[in-house]
Ligand binder design. Structure first.
Ligand code: FES
Length: 115
């Protein structure tokens, strides 16, 4: 074990081997990252935000091509980005949960307006 990944917003931390993908680390931590291609770098569903101080192996050509510049904003594909040391990852809400959260927030604002 020579890597450590911390996932936010849960704060869950897991030790992994050098070269483990962020997707595999998330699965080992029982944290869901949505995928459709099964980790082949094809679906673009496993995007995560990686904190700038994170230690990852250099980005590969396939991932760079898929991200087409987003890597500059610290976005990586969970199935392609590999751990080289300490890594901090922000996992976005899955789209359905995000939509429900937005709807609930909107309803709460509307209820506040009634009072
Ligand atoms: S799981 Fe499909 S691109 Fe990563």
């Amino acid at each position: 074990m020579d890597g450590e990944v911390t996932f936010w917003p849960s704060g869950k931390k897991i030790k992994v081997r050098h070269g483990t993908t962020l997707l595999d680390a998330a699965r080992r931590a029982n944290l869901p990252i949505v995928t459709r291609c099964g980790g082949k770098g094809a679906c673009f569903m496993c995007k995560v935000s990686v904190r700038p101080e994170s230690e990852l192996l250099p980005i590969g050509d396939n991932e760079r091509r898929k991200l087409s510049g987003l890597e500059g904003d610290h976005i990586r594909l969970g199935c392609q980005a590999k751990v080289a040391g300490r890594v901090i990852v922000d996992i976005p809400l899955d789209p359905l949960r995000a939509a429900v959260a937005r709807q609930l927030a909107r309803q709460a604002e509307e209820n506040d307006d009634l009072w």
